[in-house]
Design a protein around this ligand. Structure first.
Ligand code: ATP
Length: 233
């Protein structure tokens, strides 16, 4: 399979972090910014970046954007530049465009001119943080649909040393445990110890649940909430 190519427009805090992480993970990235200093910073961190104004159609055309699979417009404050750049990226044939938005009207216009996805990193992070503060047992939560979620949950104490079938997660909560993350101590030949994380995907119903396990559960939000509350009792 061909590696995906990412175009990042705007090297503010968000665009810069995204560009660095994708590059570190060996993705193919091209980042643009009108500010030379930002581009120099990115280049010195190993990111493939060039100085370019993403609202200039001629310049974008020279960059051959139709080869890119995903475009991320991370210009925040200049909403006009963000919208124009989104429109030009869409016209250039990039398949999937994600726009970092500042407010609701920005989001609506971005969607109208071709954004496939609009994100608000600050708000999303605040929601996640609030959830984790209120529900410390939930480590990660992914919305699969309006009704169904996938969550990473610290194993409730009442399930310690029970098999998956004895825990009755399926029968009593209508939830499916799709995987278990377990930390194990490994002892090296020289006697030193280290912690290794094991991932048990699609666990057998006889799998013994252990203190410290993290379970990945799929189900309705209301059922997940019931299980989470059990963990707090
Ligand atoms: P963050 O919160 O991620 O720091 P922000 O939302 O405050 O970013 P800005 O700082 O306004 O966003 O813009 C991000 C980057 O986009 C800046 O480095 C800026 O130079 C760059 N930028 C602005 N307009 C353009 C443009 N027309 N073409 C390319 N880059 C641009």
């Amino acid at each position: 399979m061909k590696n995906k190519q990412y175009l990042i427009v705007g090297l503010g805090t968000f665009g810069m972090s995204l560009a660095k992480v994708l590059t570190e993970k060996n993705a193919q990235v091209l980042a643009l910014d009108i500010n030379k200093e930002k581009v120099d910073d990115a280049v010195s961190a190993g990111v493939n970046a060039v100085v370019a104004d993403a609202t200039e159609e001629k310049i974008l055309r020279k960059l051959g954007l139709s080869d890119f699979d995903i475009g991320i417009v991370a210009i925040g404050e200049n909403i006009e530049a963000s919208i124009l750049s989104t429109l030009l990226l869409k016209d250039s044939g990039i398949k999937h465009i994600i726009v970092k938005s500042m407010n609701q009207s920005h989001s609506r216009i971005a969607a109208k001119v071709g954004a496939d996805r609009v994100i608000y990193p600050e708000e999303d992070m605040a929601i996640k943080l609030a959830d984790s503060l209120l529900s410390p047992s939930i480590i990660e939560e992914i919305e699969l649909s309006k009704e169904y979620n996938l969550v990473e949950l610290v194993l409730p104490q009442s399930f310690y040393n029970k098999s998956l079938s004895e825990s009755r997660v399926k029968e009593d909560y209508n939830l499916t445990v799709v995987a278990i993350k377990r930390k194990e101590t490994v002892i090296a030949d020289d006697g030193t110890t280290d912690m290794k994380e094991e991932m048990i995907v699609s666990p057998d119903s006889r799998e013994l649940l252990q203190e410290g396990d993290i379970i990945l559960v799929v189900g309705r939000e209301s059922d997940i909430e019931k299980l989470r509350q059990k963990g707090e009792k």
